[in-house]
Design a protein around this ligand. Structure first.
Ligand SMILES: C[S@@+](CC[C@H](N)C(=O)[O-])C[C@H]1O[C@@H](n2cnc3c(N)ncnc32)[C@H](O)[C@@H]1O
Length: 307
């Protein structure tokens, strides 16, 4: 089969079933079909990301690209096969988009999810406009800390993470930001369930706002194959999904100043449990649940009371 360009890729370089055509549309149609069959939820978009990656262009520019070279077709075929085996797209292209920022991701760090952008959006809407201190508990790649520092130019951020491999990605992502952003982010190695650990970095009643996207999936939950590539300690949290959130709430209450706010992402089965935990002991008020775009309970927010 030849494309409009009249050029073909060598048969030995292609994966089985991949067209020889170098035309972008032919390659995308083949890849989207294969990815759809494999159960990938956004087959055409994933195919576009992979082709843009091998062609070394922005995804938006694919529409003006008629064809790619033979080497790109070969590499594209390889990546599509790996993606069809449900290896995460973001690991194949080496990065993940989160609001306005691009984060490097790979083995050992959780891939930021689009639904967490809603927690970031909420945080930006309630954060003080002037100088303020914001903590990002369970920071992973730094998605929340970096996007908040980018969109709130007078905020100082403390990004707290326990896993050493994740910490490596977090530091790398912070270092990749412009100085005006990176200089306002402090990366901290600590366990957010241990007040004594966190207290070395954050004083009592010091934070205006704290966001947390902790591990929260109940252990027996069946997850998509891609999620198996995320570190288990970033995803699962005991039989009820609360093994990190439960102890973390006391630490949140300690470091959050009176009138300050907290936002915690959670499993769609634990909205009531998280609200109840935030209500324990009367430390928080204004406890509210927030849903994601699919209507599922996704995060809870609350305001620290005096005392
Ligand atoms: C669901 S991921 C969220 C990562 C990032 N905040 C995001 O939204 O993409 C949870 C993160 O919490 C970290 N983590 C798990 N338990 C922790 C603990 N006790 N203290 C600090 N970090 C923890 C994991 O290593 C992982 O990076």
């Amino acid at each position: 089969m030849t494309g409009a360009t009249g050029k073909i890729a060598g048969a030995s370089d292609r994966v089985v079933g991949q067209p020889a055509s170098l035309r972008v549309n032919d390659q995308l149609a083949w890849a989207a079909g294969l990815l759809r069959e494999a159960g990938v939820s956004s087959p055409l978009v994933d195919a576009q990301w992979l082709l843009a990656h091998v062609a070394d262009i922005d995804r938006g520019r694919l529409v003006i690209l008629d064809s790619v070279d033979t080497e790109a077709v070969t590499e594209f075929g390889r990546l599509v096969r790996v993606r069809a085996a449900r290896y995460p797209l973001q690991h194949l292209v080496g990065s993940a988009a989160f609001r306005t920022v691009e984060l490097q991701v790979g083995n050992g760090v959780f891939i930021p999810r689009p639904e967490t952008e809603l927690l970031a959006e909420w945080a930006i809407s309630v954060a003080p406009q002037g100088d303020c201190l914001i903590a990002d508990f369970c920071s992973g790649s730094g998605a929340l800390a970096i996007s908040l520092a980018t969109e709130l130019p007078r905020a100082r951020l403390v990004a707290v993470e326990e896993s050493l491999p994740a910490l490596m990605w977090l530091k790398r992502n912070v270092a990749a930001q412009p100085d005006s952003v990176a200089d306002r982010i402090t990366v901290v190695h600590a366990d957010v369930t241990r007040g004594s650990d966190v207290a070395k970095w954050l004083g009592a009643s010091s934070c205006d706002l704290i966001v947390a996207n902790p591990p929260y999936v109940p252990e027996d939950t069946e997850v998509e194959p891609e999620v198996d590539i995320d570190p288990a300690e970033a995803v699962f949290a005991g039989v009820d999904g609360m093994s990190v959130i439960d102890p973390m709430v006391s630490v949140l209450a300690t470091v959050c100043k009176a009138g300050g706010q907290v936002g915690i992402e959670h499993d769609d089965t634990t909205a009531d449990a998280v609200a109840a935990r935030l209500g324990d002991g009367g430390l928080f008020t204004g406890i509210a649940g927030h849903r994601d775009l699919a209507g599922r309970p996704r995060f809870a927010t609350a305001t620290r009371v005096e005392g």
